[in-house]
Design a protein around this ligand. Structure first.
Ligand code: DI6
Ligand code: FE
Length: 405
């Protein structure tokens, strides 16, 4: 078999099928940016270098564990400024909603982001992205939503796209213009939704800047009817949708997302059983965000048991954002998913690989180690995969491959 490189002396968590899909004493062969072969070393065919008759480039993994590269499928990585002051306000008793109503919250990040040019936004986002890469991320979803005007929303998406090329990572972009109502549209939320649906969304689509469309369905943000209009406009342009659903209150967001065939419904603390059943029927992934749950000191847990019972795929992400989840650590998010939501370490690893890839509509390309998939891999210095979710601040990544490099 002709291949570019082989990784040997490793154990593999393929994440294909149920559980970890463990292969001990494995060999993984890479060719043209894809996985060419994976299995027990003892069963491997003879490997020859693609460019000759000799042996292919070999990488000695020294007994480490190989997993699919991590997929952080819900982030707000591109923004300017910080919100440490609001953290202090909340410690003095203000709630997240109090801060938002007082003109802080999302709108304070909007002011800083509008004032930042592409270079400044890219520099700020790079620092956060480097933290993700240091923990094995090979694909990251990045949302707009701190511009709330056409120019800044599109600028955020453009910056997100450039980060992919500059950092050797796959970037999936999401237009989240329906994140908050900007001051210039105060009292005119429906006009704002009109602008998004009739103008901004088509522009983003025309310029190839948005891989998906998201909205924040919440009393402090947009109503189910308004989110529906955004979804209809997205579908008219052939763009998939997802939703910030039932994070702070139950507005039936999960069921709304499912009705529109959403890739994922995200947060879900207040989702009821009907919403879970609707997601199961629609194939909508449950995207849990333990960093926001932790940072906002929420107490209402997402309906984990119902999600399991209805066999809804569960993904996890950092939700990296300045207001509710200033978290740039996928491994800590896994740990929080286990400690706070009682996921198993295997569910947490699946949540950051195979299920996260599905949440981006990329399950056929990413998220498992199988022949034919993209060679996006992470090698860890751990004795068993559960250590990834167990330890906090451990820095176990040895090396990552993105498209086989
Ligand atoms: N839900 C969240 O948790 C973030 N956005 C959203 O829709 C919060 C974003 C922020 O506070 O800046
Ligand atoms: Fe979010």
């Amino acid at each position: 078999m002709k291949v570019d490189a082989v990784i040997e002396h490793c154990h593999v968590a393929t994440m294909a099928g149920e559980g970890l899909g463990e292969v001990r004493d494995a060999l993984v062969a890479l060719s043209a940016g894809r996985i060419a072969w994976v299995g027990p070393r003892s069963a491997a065919p003879r490997m020859q270098a693609t460019d000759g008759d000799g042996a292919p480039l070999a990488y000695d993994a020294r007994g480490g564990w190989l997993t699919p590269g991590l997929v952080d499928a819900h982030t707000h990585l591109v923004y300017a400024g910080d919100r440490a002051h609001e953290f202090e306000m909340r410690l003095e008793g203000a709630s997240y909603e109090d801060v938002a109503r007082a003109g802080g919250g999302i709108l304070s990040t909007v002011r800083a982001t509008r004032a930042a040019d592409e270079a400044a936004l890219a520099a700020a986002a790079s620092r956060r992205l480097e933290r993700l890469l240091a923990e094995g991320v090979t694909t990251v979803e990045i949302k707009s939503g701190y511009g709330l005007d056409a120019d800044t929303e599109l600028r955020m998406l453009r910056v997100a796209r450039t980060l992919g090329a500059s950092h050797g990572v796959r970037v999936a972009t999401t237009l989240l213009a329906a994140h908050a109502l900007p001051p210039e549209y105060a009292g005119r939320a429906d006009d704002y939704i009109d602008a998004i649906a009739s103008d901004w969304l088509p522009r983003a689509a025309r310029e190839g800047l948005a891989d998906a469309v998201d909205a924040f369905c919440e009393r402090i943000a947009f109503s189910p009817a308004q989110c529906t209009r955004v979804f209809d406009a997205a579908h008219a342009l052939g763009l998939p949708v997802k939703l910030h659903a039932d994070q702070l209150t139950d507005l039936g967001g999960a069921a709304l997302a499912a009705r529109h065939g959403a890739l994922s419904a995200d947060h879900l603390e207040w989702t009821n059983e009907d919403g879970v059943a609707a997601m199961a029927a629609a194939g909508t992934v449950a995207m849990l965000l333990p960093g926001a749950f932790y940072f906002l000191r929420e107490t209402r847990l997402p309906p984990i048991e119902a999600l399991r019972r209805h066999r809804v795929p569960i993904a996890i992400a950092t939700d990296c954002n300045p207001g509710s989840s200033p978290l740039a650590s996928p491994l800590l998010a896994m740990n929080m998913a286990c400690t706070l939501f009682r996921l198993t370490p295997t569910e947490a690893i699946a949540g950051f690989t195979v299920q996260a890839a599905r949440a981006l509509g990329l399950g056929h390309e990413l998220g498992t180690i199988e022949a034919g998939r993209r060679a996006d891999l992470a090698l860890w210095d751990v004795g068993r995969p559960a250590e990834l979710a167990y330890a906090m601040g451990a820095a176990p990544l040895v090396r990552r491959w993105h498209d086989g490099r």
